[in-house]
Design a protein around this ligand. Sequence first.
Ligand SMILES: Nc1ncnc2c1ncn2[C@@H]1O[C@H](COP(=O)(O)OP(=O)(O)OP(=O)(O)O)[C@@H](O)[C@H]1O
Ligand SMILES: [Mg+2]
Length: 250
Amino acid sequence: MLGIKHLTKRFDSFTALLDVSLEVKNGEFVCLLGPSGCGKTSLLRLAAGLDSPTEGELFLDGKKIEGVNKECGFVFQEYVLFPWRTVKGNIEFGPEIRGIQKEECERISQHYIDLVGLKGFENHYPHELSGGMKQRVGIARAYANNPKLLLMDEPFGALDAQTRNIMQGELLRIWEKEHISVLFVTHSVDEAVYLADRVVVMSARPGTVKEIFEIKIPRPRVRTGPAANAMRDQILKSLGTEIKKASGLK
Ligand SMILES: Nc1ncnc2c1ncn2[C@@H]1O[C@H](COP(=O)(O)OP(=O)(O)OP(=O)(O)O)[C@@H](O)[C@H]1O
Ligand SMILES: [Mg+2]
């Protein structure tokens, strides 16, 4: 599905990503963890085709990614909603530009509005919503695009714990039902162990792939239990070393 080969990204003389190779297989759920500033967002932007690599290549289904990758849906850290469109209008944007009939667009948007718990806010504008609600509009908009690949950058970071749990469950349900591939950035090891087939730990800058953990816990998963705890410990150890390096601690 997504192939990243020997990817290096420099901003002037600053190297953000160095020789990153990674694959997200068809239908696979991959979580990216790494210290702040190690290049996770940069990597997602490259996969979305919003930026181009300094060296190396990215492929989607064997086709080189050049220019904005329309087959993927993205949810970024900051909410990037159209301020002049309502909740409904934001979610219908993708289906509209794909040429889907108005009635069907409305059916799709209502479905995802209900799913992310925004019923009753269809006609609100972004400035009338809280941070968490804006984030949910962004998520619904990505789902409504019917993407092959979902790129998500800390999508649930701004949500309260309970909403976050619900949204994780919904994401897994959509992922299983639609057979999409997901590349998901998080700072939460718990979240990664709950969601992912594989967890990629990135090193402190310049970002490289440090270690990959396969999470073989059967689904549906429970959040606690010996298997999850053991995985969490291993990942925390690997990540902890990088966070210390990034913050200059010994
Ligand atoms: N457009 C840009 N121009 C210059 N430097 C950039 C640009 N985008 C990112 N960087 C730098 O690249 C590095 C990686 O940034 P990035 O946002 O990818 O990190 P991150 O892993 O997503 O961090 P966080 O966990 O805090 O979100 C940072 O040092 C950042 O300053
Ligand atoms: Mg980031």
